[in-house]
Design a protein around this ligand. Structure first.
Ligand code: SAM
Length: 384
């Protein structure tokens, strides 16, 4: 382990681990774990005395899987950023074996003796994961869920009782709590809602949304305002829908412009799968006007070549799990500067109270306000 500032080292019964969030940022003062992770690890060390098959669910920055690496846990999550953080944290701690990761749009193979769940922000994701989890456990599987008390909503307890069985809880320690659902094999379980499809009159087409997709049951107001300005966009070929969610922006762009190539990128596997399903349903590859698309689960524009894109459309995120802030949006803008070709444009929509014009102007040397209403603003920058 390398020397570093003390608050970046997780000290737990399984050892000391140097951990960081992803994407790495020198200004990032937040730790890659919280008291709920510490509580879970302490509980496991006290209750589980032999190595067993472990499934770790929604490990936000890979702290749990890194600490339990000797048991070769399988990490199951909807987040490409979480998997990236896990890979980097394993490398940082000289852990040779590559972590096993499974997107939550798929189910891990086999059955598990120990399942550790960080309760996610979105209940639709938890419902979906718990329904799938029933096939991955046996009568003696120990299941432990955890969260910070302020984030534990009643709906999470309802989900655990609906899909797993009755629950008991621990005392709160450092504002974190453990929840123990008892697996009830004979529980009668209704299948969860696996996707929601809505048709918005402004769009004129239907959009399917898997669990955990942003604005799962209706068109986001920011996206609606953004699309009202699309007639002002330049007519170019290589486009990225960055943070694509269900793909609404890129699909709306392509509907009117044949022969463009759109790359749909999101860190959520469910979002990317939804965008892909929607594109497949709405575009016919045999049509002469067919527009190509690729779908990528990744953190921002990681992996995209420098100066390769003409236009980036982005309705940026304002939180990562429970952490609210501009950091992800700002790193998307910096990525955009690298990936846009000369003369290429980044267009964003954002809440008016978020002052993105100033950082964009600092990065690109220009920023034009295209339109504003009482809540949102559409901004454009050009790479010079
Ligand atoms: C405000 S939503 C916009 C979704 C969609 N474009 C729309 O307008 O309805 C922001 C999206 O960014 C995604 N996101 C968050 N962090 C990301 C990251 N680091 N890289 C890529 N996408 C990210 C979220 O999963 C979410 O789908």
């Amino acid at each position: 382990m390398r020397d570093t500032e003390p608050n970046a080292v997780l000290e737990c019964p399984f050892g000391k681990f140097l951990l960081q969030r992803w994407p790495e940022s020198v200004n990032d003062k937040l730790r890659a774990w919280d008291a709920a992770d510490e509580y879970l690890l302490k509980h496991v060390s006290e209750q589980v005395h032999t190595a067993c098959r472990v499934l770790v669910v929604n490990d936000v920055h890979g702290a749990l899987s890194t600490a339990l690496h000797a048991w070769q846990p399988v990490s199951w999550s909807d987040s490409a950023v979480s998997f990236r953080a896990l890979v980097e944290n394993c490398k940082r701690n000289q852990i040779d074996s590559a972590p096993v990761t499974v997107p939550s749009t798929e189910a891990p193979l086999g059955t598990y003796d120990l399942v550790l769940i960080r309760i996610p922000k979105t209940t639709s994701l938890l419902n979906d994961q718990l329904a799938k989890l029933r096939q991955l456990v046996h009568a003696d599987t120990r299941i432990v869920a955890a969260g910070m008390v302020k984030h534990l909503q009643k709906s999470a307890f309802v989900a655990l009782e609906t899909y797993i069985g009755s629950v008991t809880t621990s005392l709160a320690v450092k504002k974190a709590r453990l929840v123990f659902p008892k697996f009830n094999e004979s529980l009668e379980v209704m299948p969860p809602v696996t996707s929601i499809t809505y048709t918005d009159p402004d769009l004129g087409f239907a959009l399917e949304n898997l669990p955990n997709v942003f604005s799962q049951d209706r068109l986001d107001h920011g996206a609606r305002f953004f699309m009202s300005q699309f007639s002002k966009l330049p007519d170019v070929k290589r486009v990225v829908d960055l943070g694509c969610g269900n793909g609404v922006l890129g699909i709306y762009w392509q509907k009117d412009r044949a022969n463009s190539v759109v790359t749909f990128i999101d860190e959520s596997y469910a979002a990317v799968a939804s965008a892909q399903r929607n594109h497949q349903r709405l575009f016919d590859p045999n049509d002469q006007k067919y527009s190509e698309a690729t779908f990528i689960a990744a953190c921002g524009l990681e992996g995209q070549a420098d100066e390769s894109i003409d236009l980036i459309l982005c309705n940026p995120p304002f939180h990562q799990q429970h952490v609210v802030g501009q950091q992800v949006a700002l790193s998307m803008f910096a990525d955009s500067k690298r990936v846009l070709c000369k003369g290429g444009q980044l267009w964003i929509v954002a809440n008016r109270h978020l002052d993105y014009a100033a950082p964009l102007k600092r990065m690109f040397g220009n920023c034009t306000s295209i339109a504003t209403n009482n809540k949102f603003r559409v901004l454009k920058v050009v790479k010079r």
